[in-house]
Design a protein around this ligand. Structure first.
Ligand code: SF4
Length: 489
């Protein structure tokens, strides 16, 4: 649907755009849905359950042998991080994970049974929680169940989230032996005062040890997560964390904005709001981080994500192949995504489905032979078209209108008259450029791309014309925080 971003990728970010962003950010709200799905997860409803998922799986089976993408949610953590918005269970009782592994394997068998024999998997990701909460035997059992029901393609991306505080060299050896070829590490900030305030004390040395082990073992990619906007952070302090991270030279970096929503996420009540950086300082941290990372050679992929120029994400963006899925940006998108485990979201044959959030409910469904889906959404033809438009704008920064017209059999100007009028307002602020043939996101617009994407969100438009409050990012956050890319809003 689009030509790739090629003129700006791989270069230091334009200083003028960053200066404009700084002055615009107060007036144009850059917050909004992350569009890891469209429609967004706050639109899911409980009329899609086991029956809807069965229908979707049957349709997917008919599409066989297309490869799949798998997400496995392991919800356990030994300690709470106060900023956390994930669906997790804090416990030191490791017997709980043994039971969970049994049910996860049973869910896998139920889903795989409906999909047909051993479908190929191009992309798999274990998230949480802390997947390495599982002991080595439990990890082997989950991997054995995966191999029993699916074929993990050797050329695919197989990744796992790691808590560097809990991973030894022996565990890294096991991850390599099990076939993982990518890891992602939560870091957030190396500053000791920040770490104390968020209850996540993690030394640079233990993080470095994991990165070195990953290199030694030949993992293809190391990804690091950081969060800005945490207590006691300043531009200078966060800059020191960035310098340390740059020494590790991860292939990918995610720099998320912390959203303080203690009414939504209980652990955040342990964070003293008075210690959070003011909005202007938080903005400075972001701008300075973009400057430092792009000056150090990282490509700004968009929406908090950076990658080295030779990384698959950056290559896919240059080639116009980048897409969005529940894990943020993806090189292997377009596949049906199967979610396994509590609260996991899947996207199968035009249906979104989400599993029960609580283990009791999840176990009870599986015990009676029912897929543990509690909510979801069946996409319409209009949803598919808007999803493709939003994806093209967010991933590749450009939209070929004739291509949309040809693919969906519409007259773009007539179908999207209201949207084009709204885009023209954003064009005044230089977020987009519009010609009769294309919509292009400017470099400034890439920093506020959610705002541009929201123009094409039919549900937000409908809300705006109804006498009721529009959904906000807090609402979005309430249902999405189950994959690593949604730890913060
Ligand atoms: S941030 Fe990660 S390790 Fe910390 S509580 Fe949340 S899921 Fe667990």
């Amino acid at each position: 649907m689009s030509a790739p971003i090629s003129d700006v990728a791989g270069t230091a970010f334009n200083r003028r755009a960053l200066a404009d962003f700084r002055s615009l950010a107060g007036r144009i709200d850059g917050n909004g849905p992350r569009y890891t799905s469209y429609p967004t997860a706050d639109r899911f409803h409980n009329e899609v359950g086991d029956g809807g998922y069965q229908t979707a799986l049957q349709a997917c089976r008919a599409d066989s042998p297309a490869p799949l993408s798998l997400y496995l949610h392991i919800p356990f953590c030994e300690n709470i991080c106060y900023y956390c918005g994930c669906n997790k269970i804090i416990t030191k009782d490791h017997s709980r994970s043994a039971q969970y592994v049994d049910y996860l394997s049973r869910e896998m068998a139920m889903v795989a049974g409906r999909l047909g024999e051993r479908r190929g998997v191009m992309q798999s990701h274990w998230g949480g929680g802390t997947p390495t909460f599982l002991d080595p035997d439990e990890m082997r059992r989950v991997m054995a169940a995966l191999h029993e029901h699916f074929v993990l393609l050797p050329e695919g991306e197989h990744s796992i989230e790691i808590d560097p505080r809990r991973v030894t060299d022996a565990r890294m050896d096991l991850l390599a032996e099990l076939g993982f070829n990518r890891i992602s590490l939560g870091v957030q900030d190396f500053d000791p005062e920040v770490q104390e305030a968020v209850h996540r004390v993690q030394s640079y040395e233990e993080t470095r040890a994991v990165v070195l082990a990953a290199r030694r073992l030949g993992f293809q990619s190391v990804s690091v997560d950081l969060i800005y906007g945490l207590p006691h952070q300043t531009t200078a302090r966060f800059g020191k964390t960035i310098e340390k991270v740059l020494e590790l030279r991860p292939n990918r970096l995610s720099v998320y904005s912390y959203a303080h929503l203690p009414h939504v996420f209980k652990p955040q009540r342990r964070i003293d709001a008075a210690t959070l950086p003011p909005a202007a300082e938080k903005l400075d941290i972001l701008v300075s981080t973009i400057e430092r990372l792009t000056a150090a050679g990282y490509v700004y992929i968009g929406m908090d994500h950076f990658a080295l120029p030779e990384d698959d994400l950056a290559v896919a963006q240059r080639e116009g192949r980048l897409q969005r899925n529940f894990q943020g940006y993806a090189t292997h998108a377009g596949y049906d995504q199967v979610g396994l485990g509590v609260s996991a979201i899947g996207a199968v044959a035009g249906h979104y489905v989400q599993n029960a959030r609580a283990t009791d409910e999840y176990y009870a469904a599986i015990d009676v032979g029912r897929l543990p889906v509690v909510r979801g959404f069946e996409m319409s033809a209009d949803d598919h078209m808007r999803k493709a438009i939003i994806g093209a704008l967010m991933c590749n920064g450009t939209l070929d209108l004739a291509e949309v017209e040809k693919t969906y059999g519409i007259d773009f100007a007539a179908t999207f008259a209201a949207e084009l009028a709204d885009l023209d307002k954003l064009a005044v602020d230089n977020l987009v450029r519009r010609t009769p043939a294309r919509i292009d996101i400017t470099e400034l617009g890439r920093l506020l791309v959610r705002r541009v994407a929201m123009v094409f969100d039919r549900y937000l438009r409908d809300d705006a014309t109804r006498p009721q409050p529009a959904p906000n990012t807090a609402n979005d956050a309430k249902v999405i925080p189950l994959v690593r890319y949604s730890r913060v809003v």
